[in-house]
Design a protein around this ligand. Structure first.
Ligand SMILES: [Zn+2]
Length: 228
């Protein structure tokens, strides 16, 4: 028996120890002395215990594995969200995001408060020149109250924030939300177009606190920690 034991490869792990025990039990001579059967009984009990311990270990490992797998999936989801938010100018904790830029790729064009032949009065928003079809995302979470063609504003989506501030997204090619829909910050609401009074594809973003007159969207974003 000693020869059997030492000739087996010495591998680490309880499972190998169980295998060794099984091999040794099977190698017991049939004409064993009575005291051997007492030993046999003790060995069988030890074997049963070893198998039980092995089973418990396996179950614990399975639990750990599935816990790790779930943690991985959560990490990946968080990473994905983090990358999306970073593309829209937010670099903090994804769980605490309040505001983002409306576009990932743009060039600032006409600013707020300008006067000129294109506008009846002062320019009430900030223009972001972008490619036709560029996705527009909600700069803050809120409820969509209107998706409609609105004269010079073209296809306009209005989102009302919890504090009553209205955000207007104008000149869109397409809108992908509907009135009554609740949108999350950085959720796509439409695409850049050139509908209405527009000389080329761009987003006219308007921010109206308390649904009253407009304020400078860049100042509003800046107050939320978002810089273009
Ligand atoms: Zn504009």
């Amino acid at each position: 028996m000693g020869v059997h034991m030492s000739s087996l490869p010495r591998r680490v792990g309880t499972l190998c120890a169980v295998v060794v025990t099984t091999v040794c039990l099977g190698a017991l001579p049939a004409e064993a002395a009575p005291e051997t059967s007492v030993r046999e009984g003790a060995q069988a009990e030890a074997l049963a215990q070893a198998i039980e311990v092995q089973e418990q270990l396996r179950e614990r490992q399975q639990t750990l594995l599935s816990l790790n797998r779930r943690a991985d999936a959560r990490d990946r989801a968080l990473l994905g969200r983090k990358a999306v938010l970073a593309a829209y100018g937010y670099h903090g904790d994804p769980e605490r995001v309040r505001a983002v830029l409306p576009l990932a790729s743009y060039r600032l064009s006409a600013g707020y408060g300008l006067t000129g032949p294109l506008w009846e009065a002062e320019h009430g928003g900030q223009d972001f020149s972008a490619s036709l079809g560029e996705p527009i995302v909600a700069i803050a979470a809120g409820t969509v109250t209107e998706v409609a063609y609105a004269g010079p504003y073209g296809l306009r989506t209005i989102v009302v924030l919890p504090d009553g501030t209205e955000v207007w997204y104008c000149h869109q090619a397409e809108a992908s939300v509907y009135a009554g829909q609740v949108v999350d910050v950085a959720e796509q609401i439409g695409t850049v177009g050139s509908t209405g009074n527009s000389t080329g594809p761009h987003l006219h973003l308007e921010v109206r606190p308390g649904a009253a007159g407009p304020t400078d969207p860049l100042a509003w974003l800046s107050a939320e920690g978002i810089a273009p």
